[in-house]
Design a protein around this ligand. Sequence first.
Ligand code: ADP
Ligand code: MN
Length: 325
Amino acid sequence: QLDPSTLKAFENAAAGHDGVLSDPTGELLIKPCTGTEAEFYQQTLQEHPDFAELIPAFMGMLQLGAPAQAADSAAVQELVQSSQTQKDQSHSSKIATETAIVLENLEHGFSKPNVLDLKLGAKLYADGTAPEKAQRLDKVASETTSGSLNFRLAGMKVWNGESFDTYDKFYCRKFNAENVKDGFATFFSGLSTGLKQDEAAELLETIEAEIAKARNALERLESRMYSASILIVYEGDNAALETLMGGVPKTPRAQEKAPTLGEVKRSEEEEEEEDENEPPTAYKVKMIDFAHAAWTPGQGKDENTIMGLKNIEKQMDMLITRLTG
Ligand code: ADP
Ligand code: MN
């Protein structure tokens, strides 16, 4: 059970609104959300379990100020339904801020998570959006690669060996269709310092394959997602990354003597403990931010979002070519 009084601010977002929280272990992310996003997660779990693999694990809802509900469907459904009923009435904005979704924290388990938020779509708002907001978002799209490539860099942070270099949304908006590849190069610069060339290429190909997986799923589903993102996380700590990629860490182990009995026992216990959790990985790629997303049977595939994913795959291809010559 999640005790709201133990939650702390999540300081490691690459982009987005304030108000995101994390639990004491850092495994969970608590994101204040609209009824639309809560409904999207719930419906995905029930109706599109394959797609649920491509987004953060959904643990349930949290009424801020109330204890967390377990993700058993009855409890979650009740909460989602009650927030929907309330949404139909006049107090929608207040209700929305009191409701949060509890998600897997995609940065958890990394030593120094490098994070890139890629915002998808050229049209960035759903039908029915207030004209002023629609015009504002169209203007941003026309001035960024959102308009030309159906995606833009929305924010990133990159470990430089001593601290994180952060690139905010205003910095990221300056890239154009020609030089956006430099943004990708900056984000993935940790690969060339941490890995051999073939290992770096392998990791880039794996990440690209994950993006293609999301695109393939959207090609055969009927949805509309405005301003959703694909979030790429990879290990920024060179030694940790090398170990994860199966190489030998650059810094040799402190002592190479045989372990004592006590040490063997301890490492066995650690292994058991690790089995319960997910094994550490070098990377994670998931779609996020479904504040303006819905499953829309009968409307066909979401070309607006799919085109963005295709163009991100092209950028990854270019980077791999550059790396392998
Ligand atoms: P919004 O843009 O509406 O504020 P997002 O869902 O895009 O909300 O989240 C904002 C930022 O928080 C993202 O750019 C990302 O860095 C971080 N974030 C969101 N969801 C997760 C998650 N499940 N795990 C880790 N970080 C996340
Ligand atoms: Mn976002």
